[in-house]
Write a protein that binds this ligand. Structure first.
Ligand code: SF4
Length: 342
């Protein structure tokens, strides 16, 4: 079924997109959020969504209209503004869905436990009937925290308030006095930690299959695996990312291998593992080294390896049997960078 998903912001969309795709629905995102103010905030949220949509290959339709004055004039009553705000956005989404042959439409507003969930459901259904397009209601709220967590890990821009200038004022005042109010009838259940990181001492070689994805020389992998320390990040008990480090000298530890199982990529686990290693090694070493291919330099620089150390010429051609490729790039030299630990 083709579904138009109205998206209020990228962080809220993360788990909604996954949940609907898990149901096998064919999604197209729809941005219509003139309630986001001021303009710089609007632009930030819009651009973050554009980037995120590309990342998760979500077709995205932009109704890119920012008009603060028109939005304020549209509100019947400032004390009860949210209903009108939901309705204006869902009306545009439903109209677009009907015009463009979508069988249903939905909204990421349904993930926020801070929104008036029942009101969104009621308005969404009513507007759906008006345009003859089903309002696909889902209670995404149990996935809210996971979505926010994943968005933060991916480095998405995280907003501090719902959208309008009134909500910005309320959030700022609330911060001084109390916690935000959850939508009626909803409470967070205690969350079990889904992600754990631990150092593995036994049976390190069972991770060789995964480590070979990052470094195809079995001989080299076995050597540093035996000499080094192995860390595993698990998602719900399954090994998602693995890192191997080796002590170089009293001041330096080297990250020899870092790999994430392809099922878990795009969730920021590798970055999280690097941070864990840095925290773990801070008391013992002054710096952490990494040697990488040209393609991966930006990733490591982003994660703190911002000091260039050296280039090992022909490292890949001299140490590996056959040609080594990283994507389209034929690897020849090894680029070494370091990160200060203390
Ligand atoms: S608080 Fe949020 S939902 Fe309510 S009017 Fe402002 S932007 Fe719209």
């Amino acid at each position: 079924m083709a579904v138009l998903l109205h998206i209020c912001c990228a962080p809220c969309s993360v788990e909604c997109i996954d949940a609907l795709r898990e149901e096998g629905l064919e999604l197209c995102g729809y941005w219509y959020d003139p309630n986001i103010q001021p303009y710089t905030e609007y632009r930030m949220r819009r651009d973050t969504l554009i980037e995120y949509a590309k990342r998760v290959e979500l077709p995205l339709e932009l109704a890119d209209e920012y008009d603060l004055r028109a939005w304020v004039r549209m509100l019947p009553n400032l004390d009860d503004r949210c209903g009108a705000c939901y309705a204006s956005r869902l009306d545009r989404a439903a109209a677009y869905a009907a015009e463009h042959g979508f069988e249903a439409y939905s909204t990421t507003l349904l993930i926020s436990p801070y929104q008036r969930h029942d009101l969104i459901r009621e308005i969404g259904g009513r507007i759906g009937q008006k345009y003859g397009v089903e309002f696909l209601y889902r209670d995404f709220r149990p996935r809210f925290r996971r979505g926010q967590y994943r968005a933060r890990e991916m480095g998405l821009y995280m907003q501090k308030y719902c959208g309008c200038v009134f909500s910005e004022e309320e959030a700022a005042l609330r911060k001084e006095h109390s916690a935000p109010k959850l939508s009626e009838g909803f409470e967070f259940l205690p969350v079990e930690p889904e992600v754990t990181i631990s150092k593995e001492r036994k049976d390190k070689r069972r991770y060789i299959g995964l480590l070979l994805e990052a470094d195809p020389s079995e001989k080299l992998v076995e050597k540093y695996l035996d000499d080094g320390e192995l860390f595993v990040l698990r998602y719900k008990g399954e090994a998602a990312s693995v890192a191997v480090t080796v002590r170089v000298d009293d001041e330096t530890v080297e990250l020899k291998n870092l790999v994430t199982d392809e099922r878990f990529r795009g969730r920021g686990y590798a970055g999280r593992l690097i941070k864990y290693l840095a925290d773990n090694y801070k008391p013992r070493f002054r710096k952490m080294l990494v040697g990488t291919t040209e393609n991966n330099i930006p990733f490591y620089v982003k994660h703190g390896f911002d000091r260039y150390e050296k280039t090992v010429k022909n490292f890949f051609t001299e140490n590996y049997d056959g040609e080594i490729f990283d994507g389209e790039l034929k690897c020849e030299d090894l680029y070494c960078y370091s990160r200060r630990l203390s």
